[in-house]
Design a protein around this ligand. Structure first.
Ligand code: GRF
Length: 212
């Protein structure tokens, strides 16, 4: 059974959804650890209530990115982590952590990357940009991370029609619902099937060979 560490910075609704999918047996995995960068992250309250260990690791407490990364790797290895899931985590993942977990760190972005992505494009900033642009279709992207913001190989995307949304908050609400649907699906896909990376694509070699 693969062991997943989740990283969160805020509410943790995606984290909660993932734990629920583990508890109802849909996601065959174990919650190994929650890593938060700040003591106010509400995700930590949910973790503690469900007896999931929490590591509070604020990057600013460390001399530099490498030192922070070493502390993160130590915490992950202490909990025998196989896979990392970034669920609303707002800090940069150090290069040494990416190197320790190659193509095993998933992130969710509330838009259809590469659109509305990159530095500074997170949370409400994304939905405000989508609303300002007049786009009628936005969506969700789950991707493996690399050393650039929001640019790693895409695992799953889902479109969300926001034509009737009157403001960014309505877009956010619709998109978050879709996040909660596809994030567990994307995690399940990679935990239960062999996969390889070709360019910026994730090729999942489904065991029963249905290439739909
Ligand atoms: C989500 O919108 C996600 O796309 C983004 O951060 C938000 C996390 O929300 N990365 P939550 O903390 O999971 O509720």
């Amino acid at each position: 059974m693969k062991r997943i560490a989740v990283f969160a910075s805020g509410t943790g609704s995606n984290f909660r959804t993932i734990v629920q999918h583990i508890q109802n047996g849909h996601l065959r995995a174990e919650p190994a650890l929650l890593v938060v960068d700040n003591s106010k992250a509400k995700a930590a309250d949910f973790a503690r209530a469900h007896h999931i260990p929490v590591s509070l690791l604020p990057p600013r407490d460390f001399a530099d990115e490498n030192a922070f990364g070493r502390a993160v790797i130590e915490a992950l290895e202490a909990r025998q982590t196989d896979f990392i899931v970034l669920a609303g985590y707002l800090k940069k993942i150090p290069d040494n952590v990416i190197g320790a977990y190659p193509n095993r760190i998933l992130n969710i972005h509330p838009a259809l990357l590469p659109a509305f992505g990159g530095k500074g494009m997170y949370g409400r900033h994304v939905h405000e940009a989508v609303f300002r642009s007049g786009a009628q279709i936005t969506g969700v992207t789950v991707h493996l991370i690399n050393n650039e913001y929001d640019a790693g190989p895409i695992v799953l995307q889902a479109a969300v029609n926001v034509r009737d949304c009157q403001n960014p908050a309505e877009i956010a609400e619709k998109v978050l619902k879709e996040e909660h649907r596809i994030f567990p699906e994307a995690i399940k896909l990679l935990l239960e099937n062999p996969y390889r990376i070709e360019g910026n694509r994730v090729i999942v070699e489904r065991e029963n060979n249905d290439q739909n």
